[in-house]
Design a protein around this ligand. Sequence first.
Ligand SMILES: Cc1cc2nc3c(=O)[nH]c(=O)nc-3n(C[C@H](O)[C@H](O)[C@H](O)COP(=O)(O)OP(=O)(O)OC[C@H]3O[C@@H](n4cnc5c(N)ncnc54)[C@H](O)[C@@H]3O)c2cc1C
Length: 301
Amino acid sequence: MKTLLIGEYREGKLLDSSYELFGFAGQLGAETTMLVVGSESQLPAFDGKLYLADVASCGEYNPDLHKQLILDTIQKENPDYVVFLHSSYGWDLAPRVAAKLKVAQVSEVIGLADGGFEVGCCNAKMRRTVKPSTARAVITIQAGAFPVTPLGGSPSVEKISATVTSNVSFAGYEPAEAKDVDLTRAEVIVTAGRGIGKKENVEVIAALAKALGGELGASRPVVDAGWVEHSHQVGTTGQTVSPKLYIACGVSGAIQHLAGMKKSDFIVAINKDKDAPIGEVADVLVVADVLQFVPALTAKL
Ligand SMILES: Cc1cc2nc3c(=O)[nH]c(=O)nc-3n(C[C@H](O)[C@H](O)[C@H](O)COP(=O)(O)OP(=O)(O)OC[C@H]3O[C@@H](n4cnc5c(N)ncnc54)[C@H](O)[C@@H]3O)c2cc1C
């Protein structure tokens, strides 16, 4: 089995998450080749074949050009799977490639299952197994679902280029608006999950964050309900954080939340359900009612 992994660069730097593609290929037991539009000074570290299009001549991003580079490489490599990260880059390119090849696309894969791929459904409360209906398939993998696998070594590089006519041009990156909180720099984050029950209880969680000199985090339902500003959201559609201490209060541990916080140094979860999935990444799981435990802990502190 062969995979063609599409690595990602941003402003001249290889994104660390590109190594999650190797984690996916490793679990699949597949032979891997990678393609990047990047630079020779920032090559992914692995022993294998790398197709490299020079970002200096290709420009930062053009979907028509990147699609063509990928299609040309597929012709050379004949992979079973073409694998992207489930990022805005992957969302944009994967369907273009799948449609052109007339092959199946499986999006947001979070695991492997017998002869197929696991994807979330029902707002990630359940998993279903998808089997592509074509021999070749285009896959996007969910951030954090597969291990970052740094392999080491240096690839054998084949330089590639393509010429396309395109009515799209790259205008530049615009930094996001300054937020009232930068969770990525926080050493302590105390996060409110839906288990806190109602907006008024955010104060209980914020008080613990304050007592610890940390910041308030939130899961997506808490933000969607308007209890906390989006700038506090942790997860795939929020911020990715790695504080020294992360305390998850009434958070179940859905994959989209874990993707944003599982690299924290020490994780404490407070949940009334001893089997909540957050327990799988927590160093300490406190099985308790968050509205009783947190005020008691804050008072002690
Ligand atoms: C495309 C997509 C992107 C997403 N992006 C994100 C994201 O960026 N961030 C994110 O967080 N989610 C995201 N989600 C949503 C995610 O799938 C989950 O639905 C969400 O993380 C669940 O939030 P929660 O854990 O707060 O709530 P729930 O899953 O409802 O969990 C509540 C938890 O609280 C516990 N609980 C209840 N009452 C108490 C109590 N009194 N004391 C203690 N424990 C209690 C329960 O046992 C449960 O484990 C995304 C989903 C999709 C489909």
